[in-house]
Ligand binder design. Structure first.
Ligand code: OXD
Ligand code: MN
Length: 556
């Protein structure tokens, strides 16, 4: 099927220019709506270097397969050549790349997401060391879909999918999978993290990063509108952070992207008012809405969780008439917007600083309805790396798999680490040794629920209360209480004024129950054992400390 024929529609449909200036609706092929991890391969020359966390093929065999699938695939189509930089062109941490694609949607999306233009070709000149991306949708056949990475050749080759995470090769494929491998060799980290500055009432801005799996609220956190007077969150990045040890021994972060590719359903004035404003800004770049529903009378995108009543005349993401009584969703659960970060009213003035921003705290989170407290500070860097290694999350619609099951997802990087995660934990430990002023590490969880499945914590703008405690900690303004799993707030230090929350609920948010931790620790051990002798001894030590605590708890 040709690109122009998807769902019998135009590629881009103009939306209402008054309410969504420069806004376009795009509908994808109906089988092509999320990342396909089972078709994503990291073709390291040595299988052990890919690790149990990646699908692997010998590079020569992978190339042969792709060559066959790609033979003639662009015939009769338009080929777009996209030279782009990940990172500000003046940044010592930026990288030059070129992607070719046969899809206009991909070309336009890359224009929004990356610093793209002829200047990159001039920068590359005769050099060979740029990252290469080959992309074609072929005939959209899911049986002929592969996203293959060749870390040694700095090459990504993707066929059969036009979905963002599979096709915008600067994003997951390069800025995480290939970049994490480059980072291992060059001594830096490529992470699935938000970067924000938190301004306190004295005007001091403290920068933090936060790793969370896909569709767990990273973008909402990145653009958070504070519920506490005097506090303000400034957006530097909503998905990817490249972290380097600076000459001053601190950790410095840049966001290599200039756009946001976020989940639409649930986005509203309550959950992310700054995003609602950004989506309607339409200033410099177009804004794309992919697989949302359409409010036909207003010619506006529509999704579940949007403010206001359900409009009377809606078509769903496949352009079929829809009504709420049908019991289906109008917007695909992984429908997305692609929007320039420059449209965000919360954009940090440091966003284009080539040096990046200095990081004082690293948050590691996931969607856990049980066991994991609202916030826990690690005792030290090594303990923090263990917290990241043990992280898990209940799965969402961002990737094609069963939804709502717990999977371990260390540092939210399981689908994105371009090499063996045992080596990745070791790399984190090594980076920590080079930091003379390391950021503190925190485990966070906005999603703990009671026995009836109701969330205990309100989340969204109220998360500033947790961020306030964290910046108070890193600025040495408050103490903390020790538990066997780390440091938690003295409840008097957690700002709860103006929030209607029961004291018992707050206690429940921080409950550390050894009986529940028994199963958790056993599962973590099972997960980590798969890395065999690549698992650093330090991580096993941390796990053994937890086991010793449980043993003591059992005896008493
Ligand atoms: C994303 C993802 O698109 O993590 O950012 O799936
Ligand atoms: Mn992501």
């Amino acid at each position: 099927m040709r690109e122009e024929e998807i769902a019998g529609n135009r590629i881009f449909c103009h939306l209402n220019p008054q309410t969504y200036p420069n806004g376009f609706l795009h509908r994808s092929h109906p089988t092509d709506v999320a990342r396909t991890e089972h078709l994503t391969f990291v073709c390291q020359s040595d299988k052990e270097n890919a690790g149990p966390n990646n699908n692997w093929l010998p590079p020569a065999e992978a190339r042969e397969r792709l060559t066959k699938l790609s033979d003639g695939c662009m015939r009769g189509r338009t080929m777009y050549v996209l030279p782009y930089m990940m990172g500000h062109p003046d940044s010592p941490y930026a990288k030059a790349c070129v992607q070719i694609t046969d899809v206009s949607y991909v070309a336009v999306s890359m224009r929004i997401m990356t610093r793209l233009g002829k200047f990159v070709l001039d920068k590359i000149g005769n050099r060979e060391d740029f990252v290469k991306g080959l992309h074609s949708v072929g005939d959209f056949d899911p049986n002929k879909r592969f996203i293959m990475h060749f870390p040694d050749d700095h090459l990504v080759w993707s066929v059969g999918s036009g979905y963002g995470g599979n096709a915008l090769l600067g994003k997951k494929c390069f800025s995480l999978r290939i970049a994490s491998w480059l980072g291992l060799q060059e001594g830096w980290l490529a992470e699935h993290m938000v970067i924000i500055g938190i301004e306190d009432p004295e005007g001091k801005v403290t920068y933090i990063t936060a790793a969370m799996p896909s569709a767990c609220g990273k973008t909402n956190l990145a653009m958070l509108e504070s519920a506490l007077p005097g506090y303000k969150v400034w957006t530097v990045g909503d998905d990817i952070a490249w972290l380097n040890v600076g000459p001053d021994g601190r950790l410095w972060a840049i966001n290599p992207e200039i756009g946001m590719f976020g989940v639409a359903p649930g986005t509203s004035m309550k959950t992310n008012p700054n995003m609602v404003r950004a989506l309607r800004a339409g200033k410099f770049y177009p804004t794309l809405f992919t697989n949302t529903g359409l409010n036909v009378d207003a010619n506006e995108p529509w999704w579940e969780g949007m403010d206001g009543p359900v409009p009377p005349n809606v078509v769903d993401w496949q352009n079929k008439p829809w009504s709420a009584s049908q019991g289906t969703k109008a917007a695909h659960p992984n429908s997305r917007f692609t929007v320039s970060i420059y449209h965000s009213p919360s954009l940090s003035k440091e966003f284009d600083n080539p040096k990046g921003v200095p990081i004082s705290a690293v948050l590691l989170g996931g969607r856990r309805t049980r066991i994991i407290p609202l916030v826990v500070e690690a005792f030290n860097w090594q303990h923090g790396v263990f917290m990241g290694a043990r992280s898990g999350s209940e799965t969402t619609a961002a990737a094609a798999h069963q939804i709502g099951v717990l999977r371990r997802d260390p540092m939210a990087m399981l689908p994105f680490c371009g090499y063996n995660m045992g080596d990745y934990f070791r790399h984190w430990l090594n980076i920590g040794r080079r930091l003379t002023h390391p950021p503190r590490i925190y485990s966070v969880n906005w999603f703990r629920a009671d026995d009836d499945g109701r969330f205990l914590w309100p989340g969204f703008g109220e998360n500033i209360r947790v961020l306030k405690w964290i910046i108070d900690r890193v600025n040495n303004r408050v103490g903390a209480k020790e538990t066997p799993i780390g440091l938690v707030p003295d409840l008097g230090d957690l700002e709860l004024d103006g929030l209607s929350i029961e004291k018992t609920t707050v206690q429940e948010l921080f409950e550390v129950n050894p009986e529940e931790w028994e199963g958790e620790i056993a599962e973590i051990q099972k997960f980590l054992t798969q890395f065999g002798d690549r698992l650093p001894r330090e991580i096993q030590q941390e796990l053994d400390t937890k086991k010793a605590w449980l043993q003591r708890a059992r005896r008493s």
